[in-house]
Design a protein around this ligand. Structure first.
Ligand code: SF4
Length: 374
């Protein structure tokens, strides 16, 4: 019942998005992909909750082989999340319905090769294996050439330019079976990114989400605020609510997505967008197969508990699950934590404070927070 902008239809296996099709609700397995049993368990959980598309990350050949085995056990519509190693696409594409690549990540592998060649290669594979694609732009890992064009305060324009450049290239080479996402952990920035992009390319289907929204209920609220302002304007063809959750509760991402869409369609919306700018803002990633120590989820919860006393201070704390995206994703936070197998790294206003054990980190965070408040 939500009024929708006309976008082009993109088929993803058994479903289709865009062109008035129902808004698809998706989620992602957070288990290490190479752990086939755990990933299958999570996949079944998401399937049972009614996920329209389930994303699984592949970082290396072991993950790729695991994903192929996982495919044998499910008919779910699968999307592979390609990280830096984009060439894994040729191994995985025959077994999935969608390929997600991040324009910012294409730089890390085969640096001398132009990104256009890499995108053409991915498009060729997608055509050959009947896959859709997502150009997944993420605020924490934007193409460095685009970042260099704008002052640091403007984080949205580089994201939009990156999405525009990639979509223009895809169109030019004749590949139009794709959607785009432009996610930030700040709901207001997310809103701005989607509205600006949709104004320029209204025909492109959009995957809408607030990245690293954190834990429920705040993570759901941040997402709700963004969805109301984006989807409420007719923009968006598929959604994900990115929440930090224990593996057994991952299905809550689907439940939350459906509930928010239902509320929007039935008019249960707010009118205010401002997201407590004067309050403590806790960001935490939804975790994925890159997490090397599952203590991360517990840590995120403890950070939430230990920082409650600071809720009236306009401080942003980011807790990220891995060493790969963590350093970039914590750049804009006042206090940023990212997790390795044995140590948690701590950053204050973009400067590294040090690496601390999981036992030490909370006390150290307390110290930094207190001095920041003072
Ligand atoms: S920050 Fe790392 S662990 Fe968290 S979702 Fe992103 S890639 Fe996965």
């Amino acid at each position: 019942m939500i009024k929708r902008n006309p976008t082009r239809e993109v088929k993803i296996g058994a479903i289709a998005i865009g062109n008035g099709n129902p808004i698809a609700v998706q989620s992602m397995c957070a288990t290490p992909t190479r752990d086939i049993d755990s990933t299958l368990n999570q996949l079944k959980l998401l399937e049972k909750a009614g996920a329209d598309v389930i994303r699984i990350a592949a970082d290396n050949k072991k993950d790729a082989q695991a994903l192929i085995q996982i495919r044998q056990e499910t008919d779910a519509v699968l999307s592979v999340d390609l990280q830096e190693n984009y060439r894994l696409a040729e191994i995985i594409a025959p077994h999935v319905e969608k390929i997600r690549y991040n324009p910012g990540h294409l730089y890390h592998h085969q640096r001398s090769k132009p990104w256009q060649d890499k995108v053409s290669y991915l498009a060729e594979i997608a055509v050959k294996h009947d896959c859709a694609m997502r150009v997944g732009v993420n605020a924490g890992s934007v193409d460095p050439d685009q970042l260099a064009k704008y002052p640091k305060e403007d984080s949205i324009s580089p994201m939009i330019d990156s999405a525009l450049a990639h979509t223009e290239w895809l169109d030019q080479i004749g590949f139009t079976r794709y959607c785009v996402s432009l996610k930030d952990s700040d709901p207001e920035k997310t809103i701005s990114a989607y509205l600006r992009f949709a104004e320029q390319r209204p025909e492109i289907p959009l995957h809408v989400g607030v990245t690293e929204a954190g834990m429920p209920p705040e993570g759901i609220e941040k997402t709700r605020i963004a969805f109301e302002q984006i989807i409420g304007k007719g923009i968006g063809d598929t959604v994900r609510v990115s929440l930090t959750l224990p593996h057994a509760e991952k299905h809550l991402e689907i439940d939350a997505g459906r509930q928010i869409l239902k509320d929007i369609s039935e008019g249960r919306v707010r009118t205010v967008v401002h997201f407590h700018r004067d309050k403590l803002n806790l960001i935490s990633c939804p975790s994925c197969s890159r997490v090397e120590n599952e203590a991360f989820i517990d840590l995120a919860r403890k950070v939430k508990d230990r920082t409650k006393h600071a809720e009236d201070h306009a401080i942003t704390i980011a807790v990220m699950g891995c060493r790969v995206n963590g350093p970039g994703e914590t750049d804009d936070a006042d206090l940023g934590l990212w997790c390795g197998p044995n140590y948690v790294n701590l950053k204050r206003h973009g400067e590294k404070v040090g690496a601390f054990t999981y036992d030490e980190i909370l006390d150290r965070l307390d110290r930094e927070l207190e001095s920041m408040i003072n």
